[in-house]
Write a protein that binds this ligand. Structure first.
Ligand code: NCD
Length: 312
């Protein structure tokens, strides 16, 4: 694997392979010294043109656990503010010797474009509304371990609730969950669904209460206020009343059901209950698993095969 730009770059067998490699990375992460020399001498640069808390620190931690050198490019203090183009920025940093760029950008397709300007591997850490493949992989890993589904998601029913329209997480998750065999239902007001769902392997509902008791996974999305140019919602209160997870709805969940959210959460909007009080919440497991999944992705892209053993 040279790049990871989209979940559609991966076959179901590739996804299973990465999840199995993630098991190994979880084991490494649990050691007293959670570090192996696998990527020593490799240089991983994160190039984030959009805000991020967990994805950026997660990739950084993952690279360090594999002993790669890391560099964080901070757009806010860079020459991008002097008008330097994306291409010149990438070519300049690449000239210092980079093995992989981890890229987040507000424009869909930016990571793909960057592959033309450098020989380094490109890992998409979120591009516009388009894709967020490592989020989908960590979500699959969290469901696989949370529901003990090592062999796939056949027979699982996963509901994704909220702002699907602006969500690269939803696009990637739908593809990954259905590639592994799950049935996926999208639940959202019509204004927060994509203009066309042609080709999406999903069912659609506008009635959260009818679906909640029947799902194995309830996946809530953040209402992405920063991506809305027009009034797509009457009010946050109304949204919350119809699509938020409150304690009444949480009580309707099956005892085994998982509650997930990619973060950052809007408390009081899509997440009305305190997730700390939900027995099925695996939101922090998603964050923990994110590091191991990104170790697996970095190793698949940059590793030379056998050198995962041993610690520093
Ligand atoms: C998501 C993102 O940035 O796409 N967050 C994340 O990476 N964990 C989802 C979001 O911003 O709502």
């Amino acid at each position: 694997m040279k790049h990871l730009l989209s979940i559609t770059d991966l076959s179901p067998a590739d996804i299973h392979g990465l999840l199995e490699l993630t098991d190994h990375m979880v084991e490494i992460s649990g050691r007293p010294i959670p570090k192996v020399p696998a990527l020593r001498g490799r240089n991983v640069v994160s190039l984030f043109f959009e805000d991020s808390t967990r994805t950026r620190t997660s990739f950084d931690t993952a690279a360090k656990r594999l002993s790669a050198d890391t560099m964080n490019f901070a757009v806010s203090s860079s020459s991008v503010n002097k008008g330097e183009s994306l291409r010149d920025t990438v070519e300049t940093i690449a000239a210092m010797g980079v093995d992989a760029f981890v890229v987040r950008h507000k424009s869909s397709g930016a990571p793909q474009m960057i592959t033309r300007w450098t020989n380094a591997s490109i890992i998409n850490a979120g591009d516009g509304w388009h894709q967020h493949p490592t989020q989908a992989l960590l979500d699959c890993y969290t469901i696989r371990t949370g529901l003990n589904r090592r062999d796939g998601f056949d027979g699982l029913h996963i509901a994704i609730v909220g702002d699907i329209r602006h969500s690269r997480v939803a696009r990637s998750d739908v593809q990954a969950f259905s590639a592994l065999g799950a049935r996926v239902t999208l639940i959202a007001p019509p204004t927060l669904l994509p203009p066309s769902l042609e080709g999406w392997p999903v069912e659609v509902s506008h009635d959260l209460d009818a679906v909640v008791p029947h799902v194995d996974v309830l996946y809530l999305l953040r209402v992405q206020r920063e991506r809305m140019d027009d009034a797509l919602l009457p009010s946050m209160e109304e949204y919350s009343a119809m699509y938020g997870l409150d304690s009444r709805r949480a009580a309707q969940l099956a005892p085994h059901a998982l509650v997930m959210h990619p973060g950052p959460m809007n408390r009081g909007v899509e997440m009305v209950v305190d997730p700390a009080e939900l027995p099925g919440s695996v939101i922090l497991n998603q964050v923990t698993n994110g590091v191991a999944v990104r170790m697996a992705v970095l190793f698949s892209v940059l590793g030379s095969g056998s050198d995962l053993r041993g610690s520093e």
